[in-house]
Design a protein around this ligand. Structure first.
Ligand code: KG4
Ligand code: ZN
Length: 348
């Protein structure tokens, strides 16, 4: 294909992913191999298991996307990978694979911050919707995932400022932990949303941590509040039964109240920041951006500021978003040498 085409790899957590992206925006091919089934039986991601699974899966996933690219390998102009933040062993698989391909094919090698990738999911489109407009700067981006909750001001490509972040649990992590307390499955976010759907969130009152005067969040108090409610409800049965099994109606009310509280603080602060910095677009990114209550409340509250959110398959971890971010980094002259290493706590 014509244009500048990047093969991108993402292995920072529990998805083994590859994609081919043209000119930073068009998804030519995309493949994600999820490890959820494997980690489910442990109730969370086991880093060592994730690393081993990435090693087994990365080559087939890359071959899958390459098979969908007209011209195959000859069409690839650069190789990109996530190098942090994430699990060290998991990141290493993607980095070493990308290095090996770039070195052997003599292609530029581009390292991408996973969070920047989530933001750039809003630049992507498929061949079917070429008319999709990229977000307009300045943007305020809310990144909500299992590992992160951050509010970022973007004045231009590569020009970021962190406005606020969580002081304790990431919001996706809070969704997952609360789901576990209530006896819902892993990953908890989608399960919580499912049981809360259509349920009045006002039946139970849960706290909101406003941390006034900042764009920071805190979710650990909310999580503890849920634990206390479940403790009170189950009493000495706490260790023996799952709330979701013995009391589904109450579980739904509690899930709805939790979701309402989390969404409320996320939306209020994001919209306040967007107004303060005169944002032309609000970008919603990361796995929790798949949450319908969050999407709807943010869009309604932000009016008239438009909210850009990618389709759900681009909200959760994928390599297409890494290819988009890589393109704009490369345009700005960024390129890595072979010394690039996994950086588990990489900052934006
Ligand atoms: O971005 P992501 O795929 O991986 C990380 O980088 O963390 O995000 C995964 C997180 C998990 O905590 C999951 O429970 C949450 O996103 N999540 C949701 C929903 N779908 C995924 N949280 C709330 N509602 C959802 N519908
Ligand atoms: Zn992620």
């Amino acid at each position: 294909p014509a244009g500048f085409t990047i093969l991108a790899i993402e292995t920072s957590c529990d998805e083994t992913a590859a994609a081919v992206i043209r000119d930073g925006r068009e998804i030519v091919a995309n493949s994600v191999a999820s490890q959820i089934d494997i980690h489910q039986r442990y109730g969370g991601v086991v880093p060592e298991v994730a690393s081993r699974q990435h090693i087994l899966t990365i080559t087939p996933v890359i071959n899958t996307v390459l098979a969908q690219v007209p011209g195959g390998w000859s069409a690839i102009n650069a190789v990109a990978t996530t190098y942090g933040p994430g699990l060290a062993g998991a990141l290493l698989t993607g980095i070493n694979t990308a290095k090996a391909i770039a070195w052997s094919r003599n292609l530029p090698f581009i390292g991408v911050n996973h969070l920047e990738g989530h933001i750039y999911a809003s630049w992507l489109h498929t061949a079917k919707d070429l008319a999709y407009q990229a977000p307009e700067f300045p943007c305020v981006a809310l990144i909500v995932s299992g590992g992160h909750t951050a509010l970022v001001l973007l004045n231009d490509h590569g020009d970021y400022r962190l406005l606020g972040q969580t002081r304790d649990d990431a919001v996706g992590e809070a969704f997952d932990k609360v789901a576990r307390i209530m006896g819902l499955g892993y990953p908890g976010g989608p399960q919580m949303e499912k049981v809360a759907r259509g349920v009045n969130p006002g039946a139970l009152k849960l706290p909101r941590a406003w941390l006034r005067g900042t764009y920071d969040w805190s979710f650990s108090g909310l999580k503890t509040a849920v634990l206390n409610v479940v403790n009170d409800r189950l009493g000495e049965r706490m260790e023996k039964v799952k709330l979701a099994e013995v009391d589904p109606a109450f579980t739904a009310q509690l899930a709805a109240a939790f979701q309402d509280s989390a969404v409320d603080v996320l939306v209020q602060k994001t919209v306040a920041a967007a107004r303060e910095y005169k944002a032309k677009t609000i970008i919603l990114a990361g796995g929790v951006a798949a949450n319908t209550a969050l999407r709807e409340r943010l869009s309604a509250t932000a009016k008239p500021i438009p909210v850009a959110y990618p389709p759900i398959w681009l909200c959760t971890d994928n390599a297409a978003m890494i290819g988009a971010a890589a393109y704009y980094r490369y345009q700005a002259g960024v390129q890595q040498d072979w010394s690039l290493d996994a950086t588990p706590s990489l900052k934006l």
